[in-house]
Every structure is written in C-alpha cells, then in structure tokens.
Design a protein around this ligand. Structure first.
Ligand code: FAD
Length: 468
C-alpha cells in the first residue's frame, strides 16, 4: 500500500494524507459516538481534479473510499468499517462559493461548503436558501445532497432533491461528470442528478452543486399550540392548509414527554403554558406581506381552530426573540433526550392521514412488550415525518433496554411498513439500517438498486457496505 499512499501524497501533498491516529480520530467516529472505524488514511483534497486523481488511485489499487462531509450523519454512513482498508475522503477543503446567478436565482458551490455558510451567503444577497437543520453549522452541502436532507422547511420548499438543479460528480472510475446545469427543465434521458442525490456516496463523489435560491420572506408568524391528541394536530394541519395555503413553512409536532425532558434538562427555558397537554405544535408561517398581515393570518387560523375545538390554547410569538425561543425549545429535544440517557431512535415517515392510528397502535404494542417504556415522539408532522424514539422506563437499566433494540425496531418498523410508511424519512440507510432495508424493500426494488450499483461502481469501491 506504500505505492498507493505515495501516489496520494503526490496528488494532494503529504500534509493532506493523514496517517497518524490522533489526526485521524475525528474522522473515524460517528456524531453520536456509537461507532469508531479504522482507516488506511484520511485524504483531504482541495479541488475536484484532486478528488478525481485520488479516486483513480483508489480504483487502481482497489481501495474502498468513504466520502465524508461534516460527519453529522446519523446512520453510520460517513465512517469506515473496522478493516482499516478504506480511505476516508474528506470534502472539507472544497469550501468555496463558486458563483451566484441572480437572474437565474441559483448559487454554484463546492460540496464541502457548510450549510450555514450557504444560508449566510444567500442572506447577504437578500435571498433565501431554505434548507434548515439543527446541524447546519457543521454539515456540508455535499452531505446534505448525499442524504437528500430534509429538515424543518420541507413542507414549503421540499428536500435537497427539490433544492438542487445540477451536480458535479467524480465517478467511481475517477472521471468528472460536469453536470452543473442551472436548468429548471431538462428532460434529456435518465435523471442522473436525482440518482446521485440520496446515494450516500455509494455511486460517486459530489464535488459541486447548483442550488436554487428563493426570495427572502419579509415576515414570519410563529405560534406554539397546545392540543389534546395527535389526531387534533393532524386536523390543525388540514385547517392551516385551507387557511394559509403556501405560507405554512414549518409544522412541527412535539409530544408531552419531549417538552418535559427539555424543561427538565434545560431549566433556563421559560415554560410557555402553565397547563400541560399530550401534544404541542410549533407552527410557522412566512410571507411576502407585512408582519402585521402575517400575524393576522395566524391569529385568524388560531381563532378558527379554537372555535372548532381542535386546539386547547396557543401563544403567538410577538417578537423575533420569542419566535427563536420556540424553535430553540424544539431543537433542544434531541439533546435533552441524550441527557436523559440511552434511547432507540426511529426516523420514519407515514401518510399524514394514518399517523394518529399508527402512534396509538405502536404505543400500545410497545407498552405491552416493554411496560413503562417512554415514547419521545416529535418531528416534521407537516411532511409526515416522525422521530419516534423509545426510552426505557424511569429507573430501568438502560443497557439492558438497549439489548432489546432489534425487537423494538421490529415492532416500530413492521407497523410503519403495514401503514405504508418508510423506515428512513430523512437520515438515510448507511450501515445502520442496511438489514432493515433488506426486510422492507421488495425484491424487484432491491434488484434494480443492485444493478445500478454494479453498473456505476463495478469494483465496489464507493462506500462499500452502505445502503446495499
Ligand atoms: P456526512 O455525515 O459527512 O455524510 C453523510 C453521508 O453522505 C455519508 O454516507 C457520506 O459518505 C456521504 N457523503 C458526504 N459528503 C459526500 C459527498 N460530497 N459526495 C458523496 N457522498 C458524500 N438530517 C435531516 O435530514 N434533517 C434534520 O432535521 C437533521 N437534523 C439533524 C440534527 C442534528 C443535531 C444532527 C447531528 C444531524 C441531523 N441530521 C438531519 C443528519 C445530518 O446532519 C444530515 O444527514 C446531513 O445532511 C449530513 O451532512 P454531512 O456533511 O455531515 O454528511
């Protein structure tokens, strides 16, 4: 392997081929610190041409490649396995905004740009890049594309597939596909862009992208709402769609335990309501009208929902600080849950119409199998996406509870499948959910996926062991 490493050094400089354990460490462990892999080297190219050269070296010596952006992925897709045979190829040094085309409302960027950097660059032009995730200060646009990331504004703007017009990709043979087209219409055969998006680095390495920009909303209206059930939250969503049409940009559901955990572990947050409820909704509207008119639209919606007895109570934020506080509460749920102890996470999506039945039946099945277990259920209800996480009963042994992970996954994922849902709404498959994918995809679908993988990566060097 010394010849291979020498070739890499000659392509990107010795200082960008990381070989010692201390330098490699941050690239080898996943964000939740559940797994640590081993790597032959961590490679840090700075240009698409350098990435292409490195892939050619890897193809020649059959060295597996794990592409990595910000390493915030949640399904163990961005770290290598234990063999020590793979290289981690970090895109972090490809971090320039290449161009902004105001007339076309697009921005062309390197894949290693941080999401927050792209949001800020759009903002400086008085425009919006709408993807928004709690990890936006660390994740990269290449990672967002490769996981087809979702986040909190999908209801209004769609996920990464909807936000990207063109890609630049290094193929498994080390060729550069110059697909940086800024076209909103392009029906010239198979859509390779959409194939590469969400491929988790298993089909090629994304080095650049053309992203869509949107007019920046002029006004926002944010409300925190108390409800008696998930079904009531679904009814509120239907009412909100009737009243506010396209101005709904966020519709997050939070169950009682999720909010209780935030207040328990982050007591600095002021309680919004004096009374508790089984369910809360964080609703955000945005518009191109005045603040006053968006506020009125929200007020009218809340009044109608109260009159129809869909909701119990609501607080409309009357300042940007209050609105930010509502979002901070929502974004602190994962951290609060982590402080509470170990839990078993599920990132599922369902048709919105069946969500209430799904939650009722799955809660019951889990309670019967694991009496006292606690459901921390929250997420992007507007997109049918729930983070349905299961915590052990109070005072239970957390490690022992985790040993039932497969049984718990089976209950949750079987029920998701039965209701026509997906076992991965936005985090992807990685190596964590690979076996689950085999269980729930049809043979026809898996065969097509394997054929694509074999055709584009015949040597199986692109992130092997992930997805399929
Ligand atoms: P990485 O973790 O580095 O990689 C993810 C996958 O993409 C890996 O398979 C990797 O091999 C591949 N990859 C990375 N870069 C490239 C590239 N340039 N070319 C080819 N393959 C590549 N996700 C959501 O969708 N919605 C959320 O709301 C959300 N919230 C989160 C909140 C927190 C606190 C955290 C920690 C994570 C959250 N995530 C969320 C998950 C994660 O942030 C996203 O999956 C993100 O898109 C990953 O970007 P990254 O740059 O960190 O990618």
């Amino acid at each position: 392997m010394q010849n291979f490493l020498n070739l890499c050094k000659s392509s990107i400089g010795e200082e960008n081929v990381l070989l010692n354990a201390e330098q490699q460490a941050p690239y080898l462990q996943d964000w939740r610190q559940r797994a640590t892999g081993k790597a032959l080297a961590v490679l840090r190219p700075a240009t698409p041409e350098q990435v292409a050269q490195l892939v050619k070296h890897c193809a020649k010596y059959q060295v597996p490649i794990v592409p990595q952006g910000g390493n915030t992925g949640l399904v163990l897709g961005s770290i290598p396995d234990q063999s020590g045979k793979a290289v981690v190829l970090s895109l972090q040094r490809l971090n320039q905004v290449r161009a902004i085309d105001l007339a076309n409302s697009t921005m062309t960027v390197d894949a290693g740009c941080l999401l927050a950097q792209i949001q800020n660059t759009a903002d400086e032009q008085n425009l919006l890049f709408p993807l928004s995730l709690a990890s936006e200060g660390s994740c990269t646009i290449g990672g967002n594309l490769s996981t087809n990331a979702g986040g909190t504004a999908v209801l209004r703007y769609g996920n990464m597939r909807d936000l990207c017009l063109g890609l630049e990709v290094i193929t498994a043979q080390g060729e550069i596909w110059h697909g940086l087209r800024g076209l909103r219409k392009d029906n010239t055969g198979y859509d390779l862009r959409d194939l590469l998006i969400g491929a988790e680095g298993t089909l090629g390495i994304i080095t650049g992208a053309v992203l869509k920009l949107y007019p920046k909303p002029i006004s926002y209206g944010t409300a925190f709402i108390r409800l008696n059930s998930i079904q009531a939250a679904v009814s509120l969503l239907t009412l909100a769609k009737q009243h506010c049409h396209t101005s709904i940009c966020g519709f997050e559901v939070i169950n009682q335990l999720s909010l209780q955990l935030v207040h328990k572990h982050f007591p600095q947050f002021q309680k919004i309501f004096t009374e508790e409820s089984p369910v809360y909704v964080l609703l955000e509207l945005s518009g191109s009208d005045t603040e006053q008119s968006t506020y009125q639209q929200l007020e009218q919606l809340i009044a109608s929902a109260l009159e129809a007895q869909i909701i119990e109570d609501a607080v409309i934020a009357n300042s940007l600080t209050q609105a930010k506080n509502c979002w901070a509460l929502r974004e602190s749920i994962s951290a609060a849950q982590a402080k509470e102890g170990k839990n078993i996470k599920h990132d599922i999506s369902l048709p919105i119409s069946v969500i209430a039945d799904f939650v009722a039946e799955t809660n019951l099945a889990l309670q019967q199998a694991f009496p006292g277990c606690r459901m921390v259920t929250f997420g992007h209800l507007g997109d049918g996406n729930l983070h349905y996480n299961v915590s052990p009963a109070c005072n239970a042994d957390h490690e022992q509870f985790l040993s039932h992970q497969n049984q718990i996954n089976r209950i949750v994922h079987d029920k998701t499948h039965e209701y026509g849902g997906s076992i991965s709404a936005e985090h992807g498959i990685g190596s964590l959910k690979k076996d689950e994918l085999q269980r729930y995809k049809s043979t026809v679908e898996l065969t097509m996926m394997r054929s694509i993988k074999r055709a584009l990566d015949p040597q199986n060097i692109m992130n092997p062991g992930k997805i399929i």
